[in-house]
Design a protein around this ligand. Sequence first.
Ligand SMILES: [Zn+2]
Length: 236
Amino acid sequence: MPLKDVYIRNLEHRTHRSGWLRAAVLGVNDGLVSTASLMIGVAAAQASTNAIVTAGFAGIAAGAMSMAAGEYVSVSSQTDIEDADRKIEAGHLAVDPEGELEELAEIYVARGLPKELALQVAKEMHDHDALAAHLRDELGQHHKTRARPTQAAVASAAAFTLGGLIPMLGMFAPTPNGRTTTIVAITLIGLVIAGITGAKIAGTGALRPTARILLGGSLAMLVTAGIGQLVHVTIS
Ligand SMILES: [Zn+2]
């Protein structure tokens, strides 16, 4: 690829990826941290290998389903709002096209166009596709960034499962005592990889998101291990 094309490629905007990317990064991160924390918490209570593995798999299944349901509901409500807005806007346009034209022109004036040009642009927009212009310039709805509920649900469930399977590798540690350490180490490595990959896809710097993800993950594991130990001490 010629250098110029590489340069242009790197300058491509990534906002249109934000919907599923956010769900995927969140899913992997969540899967890693919650499964690892769950296993560490159970291990801290001196549980058997069987119990730790069961906790891990149950955690993955529960987390993936809950992520999928959560994403579906949250993205659906977002699209419901957008659809309702679209209907209202279409109604306004049908009832008061002149008023809507003025409204659009005012938006362009507020963005820096002179009054006359703004009116001219608004007229052209109305001739071309009035509803699309109002949705975009008045309500900020963009077709490209519109999130799809099913896509978000599947992406986050798959991502959570992928993330959750990583700490499971800690069960292959040579000694039972080394398990917790291995789970923590593997999870931290996984978080670093997830952070860097997310940043790469998003086209942003990797340092800050990775540091954020590491700090949050470590804190979560620490707190859960503490609670596991506490519960073990209290009930045994
Ligand atoms: Zn309008």
